[in-house]
Design a protein around this ligand. Structure first.
Ligand SMILES: Nc1ncnc2c1ncn2[C@@H]1O[C@H](COP(=O)(O)OP(=O)(O)O)[C@@H](O)[C@H]1O
Ligand SMILES: [Mg+2]
Ligand SMILES: [Zn+2]
Length: 330
């Protein structure tokens, strides 16, 4: 478990709770000033707990006394609500508005991590991803089509393809995808040789989709599998469950499929991720330097059939831009 990711996530949840409570206090002070009758009601409500205590201590028909107190209390609450409404405030103006109704922004629900804490953990992970990768350097604006100009390649069907045309359409597809991203978005398979911009466009999508408020996880297949494997075989159960984050995040971007070792653990984990996300209609973007025949020969039928049938193939054609940029800079 990455201690600092958990702590950072917990801080987010605690600051939500703190904010909810201090906003409630501010509203309460405002109302005390504007509606003087509230002072009386508040006193009454504050005394309730004292009265309950003395009712229990004094004996007699405790049940009946408690019931009367409860009724008084409810009446006071009703009265305060109607006072609020009369004065033009919403009836729940004095409630504490937690962001998470399940756990009241404590992060724990029913003795377990609440969903809000889990997504905060995922979110912090994503923020790390932003910091740790070249995310800042990659955007659609920095993606130039000039590198594909005047080039043609023969595709796997023996057809001559104009790289510029293909990449122009690939770029607009990615921009369109990011700007309309939602839970009905498709999954995509970026296919093409090294240095053609697959990672660049993946990160540009990640950045744009993050900006629309969705959670995105981007990393190379190798890194993610290593994390999952480490957690899987750890002696103590870890608090971060990378696999479940990958299965649940709004958009998962797996870079460089085919560079991982084909151990049984890796193969079954890759299958699990692809399959589970498809079954739950969660969009995934996978990029690979492998050609279609290479993908086919490397992965079992159960993986390739899902990839080819359910992912939209997005082609990358051209020649290594890393090399072209190097030449430019000399
Ligand atoms: N169309 C482009 N315009 C500008 N820079 C590009 C473009 N495509 C790729 N690059 C740059 O070239 C390098 C290699 O691209 P990358 O996206 O890593 O390729 P791939 O993931 O397909 O191997 C990176 O530094 C990237 O930012
Ligand atoms: Mg790449
Ligand atoms: Zn919660």
């Amino acid at each position: 478990m990455n201690e600092s990711i958990f702590n950072e996530a917990m801080k987010i949840i605690q600051s939500r709770r703190f904010k909810a409570i201090s906003e409630q206090e501010a509203r309460s002070m405002e109302i005390d000033k504007k509606i003087p009758e509230f002072a009386t009601i508040n006193q009454q409500l504050a005394q309730t707990s004292l009265k309950i205590l003395s009712a229990i201590q004094s004996g007699g028909n405790v049940q009946e006394k408690l019931e009367t107190l409860k009724q008084n209390n409810l009446t006071a609450q009703e009265f305060s609500k109607s006072l609020l409404v009369e004065n033009g405030y919403p009836a729940d103006y004095l409630d504490t508005h937690y962001q998470c109704d399940m756990c009241s922004d404590t992060g724990y629900y029913d003795g377990h991590y609440c969903d809000c804490l889990r997504s905060a953990i995922a979110f912090v992970g994503v923020a790390r991803m932003q910091r740790d990768t070249q995310l800042k350097l990659c955007s659609f604006e920095q993606f130039s089509l000039k590198y594909y100009e005047g080039k043609t390649v023969i595709d796997s069907n023996g057809m001559e393809r104009d790289c510029y045309k293909v990449m122009k359409s690939t770029l607009s597809k990615c921009i369109e995808y990011a700007s309309h991203f939602g839970n009905t978005s498709e999954s995509m398979l970026f296919v093409g040789k090294a240095g053609l911009g697959k990672t660049h466009l993946s990160l540009s999508i990640a950045k744009a989709v993050l900006e629309t408020g969705h959670e995105v996880i981007y990393d190379s297949v190798i890194n993610l599998l290593a994390k999952i494997e480490k957690e899987h075989f750890a002696k103590v159960e870890s608090d971060i469950d990378t696999l479940s984050l990958l299965l649940n995040v709004d958009l998962l971007i797996l870079d460089d499929l085919g560079t991982e070792f084909d151990t049984p653990f890796n193969v079954s984990t890759v299958y699990n991720i692809i399959n589970t996300r498809l079954n739950h209609n969660k969009p995934t973007i996978i990029s690979t330097n492998l050609t279609f025949p290479e993908v086919k020969s490397r992965y079992a039928e159960r993986i390739t059939s899902r990839l080819f049938a359910s992912y939209t193939a997005v082609p990358f054609y051209g020649s290594d831009i890393r090399l072209m940029k190097k030449k430019e800079s000399i």
